[in-house]
Design a protein around this ligand. Structure first.
Ligand code: NDP
Ligand code: OXD
Length: 313
């Protein structure tokens, strides 16, 4: 008789109920941490987002860890993460699509002057205005042009915006200019009227969105951070907005989440803040992804989207 592989779901209290039904559709034995009793050495696979540091190393027979999200900084920040175990990112078109929608929405809110028209409506004022910039002059810079950045860049390109991407390695994407590596960062920034951060959070990218970088953007640039709060020095952003160098910002992610009620970000007139909702991983889609991944590994096939620990993403 063959035993079913076991999967431990490590999520905040209350989340388990969304995942239980889609996950048990697979040929696995599911345990929910904090809810079910299990022996640590009976766990083959784990699934989570930001597990308690040190916890995963207490599972001695782990074969692979699946991330609930595309970003895996919540695992790599654990100094005790068991690096002999494969860590798999969540990569899926439905997630990329929602992220691309969020990016397009916030570029358009700014580009089309939506907040000005909303204010005029509140005053019942008929105030017509031209676009602040013609679309072909509103240059988009994708800081990170991987799975999600590529889809967002293509959507914006198709709306008529000139789009560039910055990455570690050179890209060849139709109608999208590629800048690669630290040497080309300044040239990329100098031509980004919209700067959209879709980088992974690594030691190289932490606090990249800071005063020196903002100073290299054209005056009146708009910043969208949809990657991780750790990319941004919040005080530097507020200073660049208050000085008038930057026109505005949209933030979906924050150094401290939930964003404290006392944060100046909530009420800043030039910031749109959302509570880390640009894309929320669908339990049904992700459960199938995990079940398929486990089945592949059990058949001895390679896993897809495994994190390169050297690179940090
Ligand atoms: P990918 O790994 O597919 O893409 C990352 C991109 O960043 C790649 O283009 C990569 O370059 C580039 N990059 C990484 N390090 C550097 C560096 N040091 N210098 C230059 N470029 C670099 O990630 P995804 O697109 O899947 O996801 C991006 C991030 O989005 C996630 O890490 C996560 O933090 C965030 N996210 C946020 C969500 C939200 O709800 N707010 C939801 C989902 C994701 P190269 O292509 O050369 O490797
Ligand atoms: C992710 C996220 O990384 O939701 O997928 O932040």
């Amino acid at each position: 008789m063959t035993t079913r592989p076991s999967l431990l779901m490590i999520v905040p209290p209350g989340w388990g109920r969304f995942w239980e039904q889609p996950l048990t559709a697979g040929d696995i034995k599911l345990y929910i941490h904090g809810q079910d009793t299990y022996a640590p050495d009976a766990i083959d696979y784990a699934l989570g987002f930001r597990p308690q540091p040190g916890f995963l190393k207490t599972l001695p027979k782990l074969k692979a860890v699946f991330s609930l999200g595309a970003g895996i900084d919540g695992f790599l920040s654990d100094p005790d993460f068991p690096k002999h175990v494969a860590l798999v990112r969540f990569v899926d078109d439905t997630l990329s699509r929602e992220m691309a929608q969020y990016v397009v929405l916030h570029v358009l809110i700014q580009h089309r002057g939506e907040r000005t028209f909303a204010a005029a409506q509140r005053e019942a004022k008929w105030r017509q205005a031209m676009l602040p910039r013609p679309t072909e002059a509103a240059r988009i810079g994708m800081l990170g042009i991987g799975e999600i950045g590529t889809m967002a860049a293509e959507r914006l390109r198709d709306l008529g915006f000139p789009v560039s991407g910055w990455s570690r390695t050179r890209k060849s994407l139709a109608g999208i200019k590629s800048f690669a590596g630290a040497d080309e960062l300044d040239a990329f920034l100098a031509q980004s009227d919209f700067l959209i951060c879709l980088l992974p959070l690594t030691p190289d990218t932490r606090h990249i969105l800071s005063a020196p970088l903002f100073a290299k953007l054209p005056k009146g640039a708009y910043v969208i951070n949809v990657a991780r709060g750790g990319h941004l020095v919040e005080a530097d952003l507020i200073a660049a907005l208050d000085s008038g160098h930057l026109a505005g910002a949209t933030l979906d992610v924050f150094e401290t989440e939930p964003l404290p009620e006392t944060s100046a970000i909530w009420k800043h007139p030039k910031i749109i803040a959302t509570p880390h909702v640009a894309a929320i991983t669908s339990p049904h889609v992700a459960a199938k992804y995990v079940i398929d991944g486990i089945a592949a590994m059990e058949r001895g096939e390679p896993l897809r989207n495994v994190v390169d620990f050297e690179r940090g993403y």
